[in-house]
Design a protein around this ligand. Sequence first.
Ligand SMILES: *[C@@H]1O[C@H](CO)[C@@H](O)[C@H](O)[C@H]1NC(C)=O
Ligand SMILES: *[C@@H]1O[C@H](CO)[C@@H](O)[C@H](O)[C@H]1NC(C)=O
Ligand SMILES: *[C@@H]1O[C@H](CO)[C@@H](O)[C@H](O)[C@H]1NC(C)=O
Ligand SMILES: *[C@@H]1O[C@H](CO)[C@@H](O)[C@H](O)[C@H]1NC(C)=O
Ligand SMILES: *[C@@H]1O[C@H](CO)[C@@H](O)[C@H](O)[C@H]1NC(C)=O
Length: 482
Amino acid sequence: MVRSCEQEIPAWVCVGTLLLLIHSVTVSGAALKHDVALDSGATVLNHTMNLVHRMETLLALGNGSDVTLRVETINTDEVKVIQAHSLVLTLQSDVFEELLLSRNTSSVVLRETPDCAAIFEKFVRYLYCGDISLRLDQAISLHKLASKYHVWGLQEGLTQYMTQHLSSDSPTGHVVGWYNYALQIGDITLRDSCLQYLSWNLSSVLQSREWGFISEDLLLSLLQRSDLILQSELELYEALEGWINQNQPVRMTVESALRAVRYGMIHPQHLFRLQKHSPLMVKYYESIRDLLYLAFQFHSASPIQLAKYFDVNCSIFTPRNYLSSAWGSPWIINNPTRDDRSFSFQTQLGPSGHDSSKRVTWNALFSPRWLPLSARSTYTELGAMQPTRTEGGRPRIIVTPATSSPDFAGVSFQKTVIVMTKQQGKVVVKHVYNFHQSTEEAGDFLLDADLQRRASEYLIDSSLYLHIVIKPLYHTLLVARK
Ligand SMILES: *[C@@H]1O[C@H](CO)[C@@H](O)[C@H](O)[C@H]1NC(C)=O
Ligand SMILES: *[C@@H]1O[C@H](CO)[C@@H](O)[C@H](O)[C@H]1NC(C)=O
Ligand SMILES: *[C@@H]1O[C@H](CO)[C@@H](O)[C@H](O)[C@H]1NC(C)=O
Ligand SMILES: *[C@@H]1O[C@H](CO)[C@@H](O)[C@H](O)[C@H]1NC(C)=O
Ligand SMILES: *[C@@H]1O[C@H](CO)[C@@H](O)[C@H](O)[C@H]1NC(C)=O
């Protein structure tokens, strides 16, 4: 429900002016006073809901109507007739104002696409009442109408609604449709929210019906991203194969898509299988032969050895955010503000066949109220004068290897902490924190999360739901060398 009557039409403007026209509308004198809120010690008599109800009736019965809206559905002979009031329409929309000024009959003809015509009454009702109820599949049509008629408050409310309902359940999926719409109208904020949602929730998207319907451009732009959150690269390859089977794009698209898969991140045993049993790979083998060869070279020896002999400059050795257990671990922290916590987990040393059976043990330390040393000394000095100021620390997470090993030479471990939240009853990604290069600490960790508040958006049932991903990077393989 989007409510914005208060900002849209100051109630007294509606009432005051309408009364001149429609004698049947009577509202108690108290509600008409302009100084309701200003006068301290005064009592507010609030009949807003009454007014809204009267406006609704006015539209439904059409009493005192001075303009007929004829809503024609494009390419059909369907027409809807709505008895309206030019004052109300003009109040909300300068497009209507223009239309009404330039007309020479008592009716105005509006041509709308079928989806917009279907919800036109809902739209007009909003103009009268300032509230609207809608379903996921009506958001785009309403947004189109709000944009066409310059009803900016409604348009803004709908953009906000879409941003907040990305994770809502819908039988056929809606985020891809919203993404395409945002792209078409040039709404960068909405487009990026959709793209981020798809990137951060890729495993679910890959399994949904919606996946088969994503556009070529969206597919290719997702495949380029290193911040995708999904189970594994193999999962991505298999979903790509499904998309290609369903969409049968031109050869060039298939090749670009296949070349964006990070084969170095797929274990050789799976690569062997794909090479023989994936019809897509069999068919396009020649187009990716160089990448597969590189991947097998990567898997066969220490990546450091590989780098000694070959200049490599491509993304197939860059991990994305994989959730499978070789790459990291979930960590749930109950009542995170209580005290410091620690946690250990193991990952593979690296994704290459040479390293993936070697294990690294990691220690993670979480502090809810950590004070940097510099701040701490200041507080101690101040402490004498202001003994009550003990708060002020902020959440900190440190992830370090439990032991050191010569195997770590040439590898830097990029760490990522994914924080989950609950939206519409579902666990979704709230924020992703990347540690800078090879440091052990994420500088901005939970900077905006108010963990003291039980209702903090970063908590699920008073617990912090984290997933730590360790991404081994062989810089020698990634940095272009002269
Ligand atoms: C009047 O009541 C409505 C809901 O009944 C509320 O939204 C609005 O804020 C109230 N206005 C004032 C001035 O109290
Ligand atoms: C509105 O119009 C209907 C019929 O057109 C009439 O019955 C009704 O009394 C009118 N309402 C008011 C408040 O004038
Ligand atoms: C009224 O408008 C219609 C189209 O909008 C135009 O064809 C017609 O000539 C106009 N009539 C007068 C009297 O202005
Ligand atoms: C992804 O979206 C699905 C469906 O909306 C939801 O059930 C799931 O919890 C989401 N997961 C994440 C990690 O965002
Ligand atoms: C390495 O790849 C990047 C990105 O594709 C490119 O901009 C750069 O020119 C490449 N460097 C070399 C030496 O090929």
